[in-house]
Every structure is written in structure tokens, then in C-alpha cells.
Design a protein around this ligand. Structure first.
Ligand code: 2BA
Length: 109
């Protein structure tokens, strides 16, 4: 058995949830925050038999889009109090960031 942890953009999360329901995939959805952009994303935890891993990776791949986002870096004030200009920079986000981990034990009590 494997644990798939998939971080997807909020805009893709509903589509993916629906695909999981249709495919009878059990998943837990967490509201998370990207460490770099500090904006919301969605993390799915999916416990699954080894033979279904590839099928689930395909569902995630098909429902995740790459998008460009702008972020404004924090303004720096140096000793002379001159602020270095903070121009928005373009960042490419996604599709999805996925980890596949082995599971030692799985219990439902
Ligand atoms: P964020 O940390 O908010 O990152 C959003 C996007 O910003 C990243 O997209 C990447 O293109 C860019 N980025 C991240 N750190 C950067 C840096 N130090 N310098 C320049 N650009 C940077 P993705 O790579 O598609 O990641 C999307 C989200 O997936 C991330 O949101 C984070 O929540 C998660 N993630 C990505 N890699 C991860 C990892 N190795 N471990 C844990 N979470 C990860």
C-alpha cells in the first residue's frame, strides 16, 4: 500500500475531488499554504493499493494545470533607508507536486 500526497492549486481541487469520487478513490483534502507564495493550495492524502498508484497519478496529472502568478517580493530597507524597488515577479505554479510514500500499516478502527 502507498500514501500519495498531492499538492494542487485550489482552482483544480474540485475537479480532482470529483474524479476521485467517480473512480472510487478514498482521499482526504487539506487546506494548505504554499511556503513561497504564501497563498492557499490544496493537499490530498490518498491511501491506495500499489496497483492503483499509476491510475491515480494519471487522474492528478489530467486535472492539474500550470499557471503563471505574480508575486511581489518584500521591500528591503537598507541602512541609508533607500528602499530597493519591489517589482512583481512572475512565478510558474504547478501542475501538481506529488509524493508517493510506502505505508507500513493501515488500520481503520
Ligand atoms: P509555493 O511554495 O507557494 O510555490 C509556488 C511556486 O513558486 C512553485 O510552484 C515554484 O514555481 C515557485 N517557487 C517556490 N519556491 C521558490 C523559490 N525559492 N524561488 C523561486 N521560485 C520558487 P510549484 O513548484 O509548482 O509548487 C507548488 C506548491 O507545491 C508550492 O507552493 C508548495 O506548496 C508545494 N511544494 C512544491 N515543492 C515542494 C516540496 N519539495 N516540498 C513540499 N511542498 C512543495
Amino acid at each position: 500500500m502507498k500514501l500519495i500526497i498531492a499538492i494542487v492549486q485550489d482552482k483544480d481541487s474540485n475537479r480532482l475531488s470529483n474524479l476521485f469520487i467517480q473512480a472510487d478513490v478514498r482521499a482526504t483534502k487539506l487546506s494548505t499554504t504554499g511556503g513561497f507564495l504564501k497563498s492557499g493550495n490544496t493537499t490530498f492524502m490518498i491511501g491506495v493499493e500499489d496497483q492503483r498508484v499509476e491510475e491515480i497519478l494519471e487522474l492528478i496529472k489530467d486535472s492539474s494545470r500550470t499557471r503563471k502568478q505574480f508575486m511581489t517580493p518584500p521591500v528591503n530597507l537598507d541602512a541609508s533607508m533607500d528602499s530597493s524597488a519591489a517589482y512583481p515577479i512572475e512565478v510558474q505554479v504547478g501542475g501538481a507536486t506529488v509524493f508517493v510514500l510506502p505505508i507500513d500499516a493501515f488500520h481503520q478502527f
